[in-house]
Ligand binder design. Structure first.
Ligand SMILES: [Zn+2]
Length: 139
């Protein structure tokens, strides 16, 4: 019913969530990209998921063409902000919308509970200064 209604309304594809444990298992793969959409100071001072990329939510629309190009070979793209309640889902939706209009593209997820949840579980964090593209080696 819900799927039919969404299709009839021409709604954008359903946003899917991924748990921190699922992301931890996937993280080492070269075709998985993690996109942090928090502000630069949050990423610098609170730390970030080791190996993640950065694309701030407030300039997301402007950065979208570059991001689409960067991620064209990835199979899975996972967005997050601090809690993944507002900014993360919003950017994931914008990304989904642009790939669904061009056809194909990676699978898009939002990380449940965001960076704060990830940090609470004690999963790998980084505090490097390479804010656009974390240099932490994925192991
Ligand atoms: Zn880093």
């Amino acid at each position: 019913m819900a799927a039919l209604a969404a299709a009839a309304a021409g709604a954008s594809p359903q946003l899917r969530f991924m748990s921190a444990a699922q992301l931890l298992a996937l993280r080492g793969s070269p075709d998985v990209a993690i996109i942090d959409v928090r502000d630069e100071d949050e990423r610098a001072y609170d730390g970030h998921i080791a190996g993640s990329l950065h694309c701030e939510s407030h300039s997301f629309q402007d950065d979208l063409p570059r991001l689409l190009q960067d991620l064209s070979r990835h199979k899975t793209v996972v967005f997050h902000c601090a809690l993944s309640q507002v900014r993360g889902p919003k950017c994931a939706k914008a990304f989904l919308h642009s790939i669904s209009s061009s056809g194909g593209g990676p699978e898009v997820f939002v990380l449940e509970r965001g960076f704060n949840g990830w940090a609470q579980y004690g999963h790998p964090q980084c505090s490097c200064k390479e804010l656009k593209r974390c240099i932490a080696l994925l192991e």
